[in-house]
Design a protein around this ligand. Structure first.
Ligand SMILES: *[C@@H]1O[C@H](CO)[C@@H](O)[C@H](O)[C@H]1NC(C)=O
Ligand SMILES: *[C@@H]1O[C@H](CO)[C@@H](O)[C@H](O)[C@H]1NC(C)=O
Ligand SMILES: *[C@@H]1O[C@H](CO)[C@@H](O)[C@H](O)[C@H]1NC(C)=O
Length: 393
């Protein structure tokens, strides 16, 4: 079966369960995806869910996707009801409901396989090629479905429970038992171990995730994985040992909303429209630029929540301590929206206060921007601004 997994995976961030279903090994495929985490609203989508819709669109636009006559797309999102009705259940509390989801999904897949078989399989059910689970809960589900359907499984972990547990213990604010109560972390780790054991391939976004995070798991040993991979390549027996293969695919981006700079932007003479008039700066540009004494320097851009694990403080420290970097560039920190630091949650506020203190310690006034507000729709323009300052340099 020919399948351009790589193309799909780049777009599949935060998709919790995707099924890839073959139609005809050579001509067409039908794909459908199921999401464990609901809340799809179309306009103004929850961020996590936006990716599910983007994935469905990306799948639907792929040449190999089967299209039923009269329907606009061959990829779509299926909602499988499970758990309490009319009540939002946070992801930490989904665990007892997973078997119900798996039953529903299994039922759906079997129905779909039969229906497809009647349409294009000559009466024989058309079975899925593989099942891909994203995040621990869908990994748990995918492992069960992979066994029930006898199809290979792939897994993308996103954030990993063992690493999260270590980070939280290091912070020292909660005991192991308290962390387990808040995050149901032991159940999540168990799901990840099961996913590892059931998966042929594990998708990661960085080498660090393999070498420092997956290696914390009983079911994964990077050294053994490398050895086994080499043996398989040479066609030598692995003596029954198995380790899922890991593949690094860096996160992609949906470029649909990004307007590339027009020709002539790079001439360093300022932007001109077709009619020769100067292009007025966008409000978000002046919002950032007003911080800089020399706005013409290239910009280092960090777009992240004011969350300790995003580690923006280390970035500011590095910038502050490196004289040549300070001389050559500006630093822009886009850290979400705030009105009053005293009204922020204590964790976010403490991140912000340490950043402000570092700016003061290294005397970075005029070199660092930290605007108070930006809109989701400003993000492409923020990237464009960073690109513009680089070209002018
Ligand atoms: C973690 O919490 C679960 C219940 O939520 C409990 O069954 C389990 O024993 C706990 N594990 C540890 C190591 O505390
Ligand atoms: C503050 O923290 C919460 C929870 O971590 C997060 O959802 C929110 O986006 C943060 N606010 C800012 C301004 O980064
Ligand atoms: C931030 O980065 C530094 C340097 O890489 C590291 O030592 C530190 O542990 C990181 N902190 C967090 C919270 O990830």
């Amino acid at each position: 079966m020919q399948f351009k997994f790589q193309v799909l995976w780049k777009t599949m961030h935060m998709i919790y369960l995707a099924l890839l279903i073959p139609l005809d090994a050579l001509i067409s495929n039908k794909q459908s995806s199921c999401s464990l985490h609901g809340l799809i609203r179309g306009e103004n989508m929850e961020l996590g869910v936006k990716y599910v819709v983007e994935l469905a669109r990306a799948l639907g636009s792929m040449p190999g996707v089967y299209r039923e006559l009269g329907e606009s797309t061959g990829a779509y999102i299926v909602r499988i009801p499970f758990g309490p009705k009319d009540k939002y259940v946070p992801k930490e509390l989904l665990w007892p409901h997973i078997p119900e989801f798996v039953d529903g999904a299994l039922n759906h897949i079997i129905q779909l396989s039969k229906a497809l078989g009647e349409q294009i399989g000559g009466g024989e059910p058309v079975w899925p090629v593989a099942i891909h689970g994203h995040y621990a809960d869908a990994g748990d589900s995918a492992a069960l479905l992979s066994g029930a359907l006898n199809i290979p499984m792939l897994f993308t972990g996103h954030s990993l429970g063992r690493d999260k547990l270590e980070q939280l213990l290091k912070q020292g604010r909660q005991s192991r038992e308290e962390i387990n109560t808040t995050y149901k972390i032991m159940r999540r780790i168990e799901a990840e171990e099961l996913s590892l054991d059931a998966s042929e391939i594990v998708i990661t976004s960085t080498r660090q995730e393999i070498d420092s995070q997956w290696c914390l798991y009983d079911g994964f040993d990077p050294i053994l994985e490398r050895k086994l991979r080499a043996r398989i390549k040479r066609g030598v027996s692995c003596h029954g040992r198995f380790m899922p293969r890991t593949v690094v695919i860096p996160p992609g981006m949906e470029f649909h909303h990004i307007i590339p700079p027009a020709d002539g932007d790079a001439d360093g003479e300022g932007e001109r429209n077709d009619d020769g008039t100067a292009n007025p700066d966008l409000p978000i540009w002046s919002e950032i630029m007003r911080f800089f004494t020399n706005p013409r320097k290239p910009m280092i851009l960090a777009l992240a929540r004011a969350d300790p694990k995003k580690n923006i403080t280390t970035l500011v420290k590095a910038f502050g301590e490196c004289r040549p970097l300070r001389d050559l560039s500006n630093l822009a920190l886009i850290m979400g929206n705030r009105d009053d630091i005293d009204e922020m949650s204590s964790t976010n506020a403490s991140v912000l206060l340490s950043i402000l203190k570092l700016i003061d310690r290294y005397d970075l006034y005029g070199h660092v921007a930290y605007p108070k507000h930006h809109k989701q729709s400003d993000v492409p323009d923020i990237y464009r601004l960073a690109a513009k300052t680089k070209e002018k340099w």
